[in-house]
Design a protein around this ligand. Structure first.
Ligand SMILES: [Zn+2]
Ligand SMILES: [Zn+2]
Length: 309
């Protein structure tokens, strides 16, 4: 068949009917979803993909431009989430935000941008706001951690996160040279510093964990890694798992996400994770690539199929 050159990519057009299987799982499973055409459209897309939770960006992830959400969009989001039982709503913060860095101008810009993230998360009624702890280039790791904690405290000043049930989740990272959060101890340390002034928790990414060097592939390795996570962060504090397979090898520090079951992690790890009763409270969210138009559907279904019940 001749390739017409342009592939339709919007799930709203590709999936006119919801793909929710009648026998849905006991776990909360979703995917990072596009907000094209308005933030509430993401809820409709997530529903059609068969999700019962989802993640979005509340503004353009690689721009500084401040962004205000229309009230009507926030109300529509709440309405659709109730109608479709989409819970929790996870927002991923802008990638430019670096709260651990030493450059004063960039730091101030990051604090303002992160405050905007918190305000939009509150307006949307989101449960979780995921943040990468940042890069400490130009200072020591310890300074970076202290700076990040203080910056988060400043960003949320005067905002009532607890009253609105919003939690800031610190995500573990792939462990590249100056990035904070490349091991569970660093995530735990930041959570400890945050514990007095902002509701917080962790988001653990399977790809980041694997390329940072933890063994989550062998059975014994998985058990040991989960043990280490429990002793540091505490499993009950992991509210979101980013379920991504990895293109790169364990320990490579290269953050390249792959389709579920198609990378160097493999299906067994996701099966163990999804069926572990200690993780039952968490949301499992894929951030997998879109190489083919229906890849999001394939990845959501791949995760759902692994749940025993
Ligand atoms: Zn992630
Ligand atoms: Zn990643």
């Amino acid at each position: 068949m001749a390739d017409t050159g342009k592939k339709e990519k919007d799930i709203l057009k590709l999936l006119p009917a919801p793909q929710r299987s009648p026998k849905f799982t006991s776990r909360r499973i979703g995917i990072h979803t596009s907000t094209a055409g308005g933030v509430a459209n993401a809820a409709e897309r997530a529903y059609r993909l068969g999700c019962n939770t989802f993640q979005i960006f509340s503004s353009s992830p690689r721009q500084w431009k401040p962004y205000q959400l229309a009230c009507s969009q926030c109300e529509e989001m709440t309405r659709l989430r109730q109608k479709y039982d989409l819970h929790p709503l996870v927002i991923h913060a802008n990638y430019l935000v670096n709260l651990a860095g030493g450059n004063a101008e960039f730091h101030a810009k990051s604090i303002a941008a992160f405050r905007g993230e918190v305000e939009r998360a509150l307006a949307l009624g989101a449960e979780f706001l995921v943040l990468h702890p940042g890069s400490f280039r130009g200072g020591s790791r310890e300074e970076g951690l202290q700076r990040a904690a203080l910056a988060i405290e400043q960003s949320v000043d005067g905002l009532d996160l607890a009253g609105d049930n919003l939690r800031v989740l610190i995500e573990n990272t792939a462990g590249s040279e100056f990035s904070l959060g490349g091991n569970f101890e660093q995530v735990a340390e930041l959570l400890y510093l945050l514990s007095n002034f902002v509701p917080s928790g962790a988001c653990i990414d399977t790809c980041h964990t694997h390329v940072a060097g933890y063994d989550i592939v062998s059975e014994a390795g998985f058990a040991d890694t989960v043990d280490q996570l429990d002793r540091t962060v505490g499993l009950k504090n992991v509210y979101v798992w980013h379920c991504n397979d990895a293109k790169a090898e364990r320990g490579s520090k290269l953050d390249r996400h792959q389709h579920i079951g198609k990378g160097s992690i493999g299906l067994k790890t996701f099966r163990r994770l999804l069926n572990d009763p200690r993780m039952a409270h968490a949301a499992f969210i894929a951030e997998t690539p879109i190489d083919e138009p229906l890849d999001d559907l394939t990845n959501v279904n791949a995760l759902k199929k692994l749940v025993r019940r």
